[in-house]
Design a protein around this ligand. Structure first.
Ligand code: CDP
Length: 223
């Protein structure tokens, strides 16, 4: 019934976008694409190849190497493969979170990933979450949502997630990273984070995941 439907979920860091996108993907039998994983993959590549050192990017070498970079998202598991290696764990490391917004602001990176993202929707439609899905990647998406939540609530959620994975971090570090990324993502020149005019805004601060899910399917089914 929902074949070829494109559902775009954008919003601030750690507002529950991916969790809800996965739930919608199961409900509507649509593939789920976490576009942030792709930006994290490119960032990991820049760090591992030594193009990004001490916050300095060797832009010329990086631009040249980008052509040789292959990213593949496994549709069933959501695992990300970088030149054949499963990097799903590595892309969540704090070092990647600290640099991803800098890499995501580069137009060469956004162009590189834009085409790949559009191709993913080609056959069956999808649910994709990110920062510019409803504004740039799929401006004609059938459904658009924009997630917000208070920074402290978001930082607490992300902190608990990282702790559960055994990562060493503090609440303050997580909060600072979220605030910094939100600022960089919102103020960049290319495809900044902003709500599409026709997106429905969802504040997830005081509601459960199931409540948000119920609200989203109500909106989608009513349209
Ligand atoms: O999961 P979380 O909300 O922390 O972030 P993410 O979705 O993994 O995205 C990581 C970073 O990638 C963001 O902070 C943005 O800098 C960048 N990104 C972007 O620029 N455009 C997208 N469509 C998705 C992510």
């Amino acid at each position: 019934m929902n074949s070829r439907k494109v559902i775009a979920i954008d919003g601030y860091a750690s507002t529950g976008k991916s969790t809800l996108a996965k739930m919608l993907s199961r409900h509507y039998h649509l593939p789920f694409i976490d576009s942030g994983a792709l930006y994290r993959g490119v960032t990991l590549f820049a760090l591992e190849k030594g193009f990004l050192k001490d916050n300095e990017l060797d832009q010329k070498a990086f631009n040249g190497a980008l052509k040789g970079l292959s990213l593949r998202l496994e549709p069933d598991t959501g695992d990300l493969y970088l030149n054949g290696e499963n990097v799903s764990q590595k892309i969540r490391l704090p070092q990647v979170s600290d640099h991803v917004s800098t890499i995501a602001a580069l137009s060469v990176v956004r162009e590189f990933l834009l085409l790949q993202q559009r191709q993913m929707a080609h056959e069956n439609g999808l649910v994709m979450d990110g920062r510019d899905i409803g504004t740039v990647v799929f401006p004609n998406a059938d459904h658009k949502f924009f997630f917000t939540a208070r920074p402290e609530v978001r930082a607490q959620r992300r902190y608990e997630e990282l702790k559960a994975q055994g990562q060493e971090t503090t609440f303050e570090e997580v909060l600072n990273n979220l605030i910094h990324r939100d600022q960089t993502d919102s103020s960049r020149e290319v495809a900044p984070l902003r709500k599409a005019d026709d997106a429905i805004e969802i504040d997830t601060s005081e509601v459960t995941t199931n409540q948000v899910f119920a609200h989203l399917i109500e909106k989608i089914d009513a349209k």
